[in-house]
Design a protein. Structure first.
Length: 188
């Protein structure tokens, strides 16, 4: 597999990360560079790690992961998105603000957006690919895309106010629903 193809795979895998990053920027429009860097690094780490794990495990995992990956991604994204929506509807004094910087929330976002990369890694086990170069490229692209997404979300959040949290939550639920529908249709 050539470097151009690996770059295209990295871009394709980063679409969900971009949407999650926009949501993070919307919710935390006060985000500072180092906070954004931490979020982007965690997202990039998982996105790069999953193909490596998939590659290492190979065909043994393929059937097992395909059976539930879409449900896991849908569940995690729906829980996070639903919490964002519910919190945004509470009166300001009763809000327990959604915090994308909490380790549990951040890792949940990272895992849910990188499950598809695990399956890509399984396919890498059966083709001629430099796995270490692939992991680096996928991780790097994810980092850049996450930073751009948070910047975009931050600017939109500053412009449109705190109720943009609802939009971010809806985006996460819709991403999860998209993943679920694509996998269920593929199974038919």
């Amino acid at each position: 597999m050539g470097i151009v193809t690996i770059i295209l795979v990295g871009i394709g895998l980063s679409f969900d990360t971009f949407a999650v990053s926009i949501s993070t920027g919307l919710v935390a429009n006060h985000i500072r560079f180092w906070q954004a860097t931490r979020v982007a690094l965690v997202l990039a780490f998982f996105q790069g790690l999953m193909p490596l794990v998939g590659w290492l495990v190979g065909i043994q995992v393929e059937g097992y992961v395909k059976e539930f990956d879409h449900w896991l991604a849908f569940g995690l994204l729906s829980l996070i998105g639903g919490k964002m929506i519910l919190e945004s509807l509470k009166p300001e004094e009763k809000r327990n603000n959604f915090n994308p910087f909490k380790p549990v929330v951040l890792i949940g976002m990272a895992i849910s957006t990188s499950i598809d990369a695990l399956v890509v890694g399984v396919t890498f086990a059966f083709i001629d690919v430099n796995i270490y170069l692939s992991v680096f490229i996928i991780g790097f692209i994810t980092y850049v895309v996450a930073m751009l997404g948070m910047l975009f979300g931050k600017k939109a959040g500053e412009r449109f106010g705190k109720r943009m949290e609802i939009v971010g939550g809806i985006m996460l639920v819709l991403i999860g629903l998209k993943i679920l529908i694509e996998h269920l249709q593929a199974g038919c």
